[in-house]
Design a binder for this molecule. Structure first.
Ligand code: NDP
Length: 494
């Protein structure tokens, strides 16, 4: 049942109460409570896949390979490394050797997670689980188009061992998401479009509370002149069209070396034409999404850029389209997120030009570079402005590697899910600064009244600190700090 402002506040209030006990547990205790989660996911695997396929429309194979199996891997990763990542660690200071520093990770409190429909299981799972392990209570607002998937998700995680109220589901449309942010949680994790992300950030700024934003992308594959055409066209035909092209990391654009462009287009067109639409291609999620595809393709057709495809098939399917030709880099398909089975192809003459064309967008989620020379591809990858760049693969970091942080730069957002970064993002850092040695000692020389030797000692310390940070030097800082304190504390107290 949809929730309004009052109910949104009640969700956050309930979460706040439940969080007290959950957040007071140690990380190890929370990990222990959720230890059965990977097994429960395996037990419920077929049911989860069925609900995803029914509600979202994607093939069961994609639900399994891109959502449920990655969620199991992510759960294993987070549960295995949380204690090390979030546990306390010591930090010694060279300048204050008489103190002991501790770095600890504390939960924010109540986290509101707002998720889209396109990966309706993996995305909310990757928002919710690290937040819970870090000791937060979570209110999840899934897309109104996929509430059933979220229901199963909450049920499975809760049944694995969560106390009542630590994870709640608030279903409804965008107004529910807005009301939850207005209700004043302690952090918001948002995945969705740039337009909504802006609204969420503006609402959060009023408190202010931190937000993590995972937004859209117009991701690029860069194909160098030594790439294996057979391999790369298979990768692009899939990368542009899995989930019906409705993935934040879908390949929306290809930059191909001029020497390969004609041959690349022929092979890509043939492979895209052979996609089994009935079996393997997800339809547009709704009429609104289909209208975006139509608008972008109509403009491309008017400009004479459609190489193949683009015809409506029955239902909300579309023949996957390839767009290319003079002026393609000025087209909507190139500049905006189409989020459909459409890929635009442009040429480049040099690595520098490929980098410039790639980086001429405000988006920066993922990218790919294809080359027989992995060293060269790696160097080029490092020049692309994107959160993750795969060499000779596409979208791989989304579903196959839970250890790698996921997230974008620029208009594609900030914050990281997956990897240890997700656990770190779900917590804030508290420093505990403790005495080393006796609980109390002499008064600090820099407390009132200032010691007469303080200025000279500080000058000596300044010179020592300014030198390069070699290990020997760091030891020297320690000595300087110790001798400063020692020298001054030996003086008679004033
Ligand atoms: P939307 O931005 O339309 O919606 C995302 C979520 O926000 C939904 O749950 C939506 O509710 C909710 N929402 C809508 N309005 C508000 C509001 N004012 N305040 C708070 N929440 C609100 O995105 P889509 O669902 O259409 O998802 C597609 C987009 O997500 C694409 O741009 C895609 O690139 C991006 N995306 C990014 C990913 C990443 O990792 N970077 C991963 C996956 C997708 P409701 O839908 O119920 O109205």
């Amino acid at each position: 049942m949809p929730v309004g402002g009052m109910e949104a506040a009640a969700f956050v209030d309930r979460a706040r109460v439940a969080q007290v006990g959950w957040g007071a547990r140690t990380v190890e205790e929370r990990v222990l409570a959720l230890a059965g989660l990977p097994d429960r996911l395996c037990e419920q695997l077929d049911r989860i896949v069925r609900v995803i396929a029914e509600e979202n429309g994607k093939p069961a194979a994609e639900a399994l390979a891109h959502e449920v199996v990655p969620a199991i891997a992510l759960a294993r990763h987070h549960l295995d490394c949380a204690a090390t990542v979030l546990g306390p660690s010591r930090i010694s200071s060279a300048t204050a050797p008489y103190r002991r520093g501790m770095r600890t990770h504390r939960p924010y409190g109540v986290v509101v997670a707002i998720a889209p429909w396109n990966l309706p299981f993996l995305i909310p799972f990757s928002q919710v689980l690290p937040a819970l392990i870090a000791g937060n209570a979570v209110v999840l607002k899934p897309s109104e188009l996929t509430p059933g998937v979220a229901e199963v998700l909450v049920e499975v995680i809760t049944a694995a061992g969560l106390p009542e109220g630590v994870l709640q589901l608030a279903v409804g449309d965008g107004a529910v998401g807005a009301a939850l942010v207005e209700a004043g949680p302690d952090k918001v994790l948002f995945t969705g479009s740039v337009a909504t992300g802006r609204k969420v950030m503006a609402a959060a700024a009023r408190f202010p509370i931190p937000v993590g934003l995972e937004l859209g992308g117009v991701d690029v594959a860069v194909v160098l002149e030594d790439a294996d055409l057979e391999y790369v066209t298979s990768a692009v035909a899939w990368g542009a069209n899995f989930n019906g092209g409705q993935a934040c990391c879908s390949i929306e654009r290809v930059l191909v070396h001029e020497s390969l462009r004609a041959a690349f287009l022929v092979r890509l067109r043939d492979k895209v034409r052979r996609i089994d639409i009935e079996r393997d291609l997800a339809p547009a999620i709704d009429e609104r999404q289909q209208q975006v595809w139509r608008r972008h393709l109509d403009a491309a057709r008017d400009a004479g850029l459609v190489v193949s495809g683009g015809e409506p098939v029955r239902g909300r399917h579309l023949m996957p389209a390839v767009v290319s030709g003079d002026g393609v880099t000025a087209s909507e398909v190139w500049r905006e997120e189409t989020f459909g089975p459409v890929v635009a192809v442009a040429g480049f003459a040099s690595d520098d030009e490929a980098v410039a064309l790639h980086n001429a967008t405000d988006y920066g989620l993922t990218a790919s570079v294809f080359s027989a020379d992995v060293t060269r591809a790696r160097a080029l990858a490092g020049r692309l402005r994107a959160g993750s760049v795969s060499v000779n693969d596409v979208a791989a970091t989304m579903y196959s590697t839970p250890e790698l942080p996921w997230g974008g730069v620029g208009r594609s957002g900030f914050g990281r899910s997956h990897g240890v970064d997700a656990l770190l993002d779900a917590s804030w850092v508290q420093v505990l600064d403790l005495p080393r040695g006796p609980a109390f000692g002499p008064k600090r020389p820099w407390w009132f009244p200032y010691d007469t030797g303080l200025e000279d000692a500080m000058r000596a310390l300044a010179t020592s600190l300014a030198a390069p940070h070699t290990t020997a030097k760091l030891r020297g800082y320690g000595q300087a700090g110790r001798s400063l304190l020692g020298m001054l504390s030996r003086r008679p107290k004033l």
